[in-house]
Design a protein. Structure first.
Length: 126
């Protein structure tokens, strides 16, 4: 397997783990604490780095199925991260979250997991 694809896959796995920890923490405690902010932001940054590497190092993958999956995952995570940060900036640390944020985070993580798994399947076949 191409080392660039392995690097991007590793970075996406780190994003998956960070976003997962942040999502589960948000769902479990229903507050926006330091852990949620750190893991959402870390997951987003890893995801952004993976997308950036893919765009810069493998330009032909932009319109591929795997590229579209990565961009959709990035968009989902971007919306969730911005929403959590906006709520934090408005209400401060340890603020309660609405049912809407919790529901969106659950759905976003489910879609993100499906995209992640589908991306793995595509990488195996490349």
């Amino acid at each position: 397997m191409d080392p660039i694809i392995l690097l991007i896959s590793f970075i996406m796995t780190l994003a998956f783990l960070a976003f997962g920890i942040g999502s589960v923490s948000l769902e479990r405690f229903k507050i926006i604490g330091t852990i949620v902010l750190v893991f959402f932001t870390t997951g987003f940054l890893f995801n952004a780095a993976a997308v950036l590497l893919m765009v810069l190092l493998i330009p032909s993958s932009l319109l591929s199925t795997n590229g579209l999956i990565m961009f959709s995952s990035f968009t989902i995570m971007l919306v969730d991260t911005v929403w959590v940060w906006a709520r934090y900036l408005k209400n401060g640390i340890d603020s309660d979250v609405s049912k809407g944020i919790v529901l969106y985070t659950k759905i976003a993580f489910l879609v993100w997991v499906l995209n992640y798994l589908w991306g793995i399947v595509l990488l195996i076949w490349i």
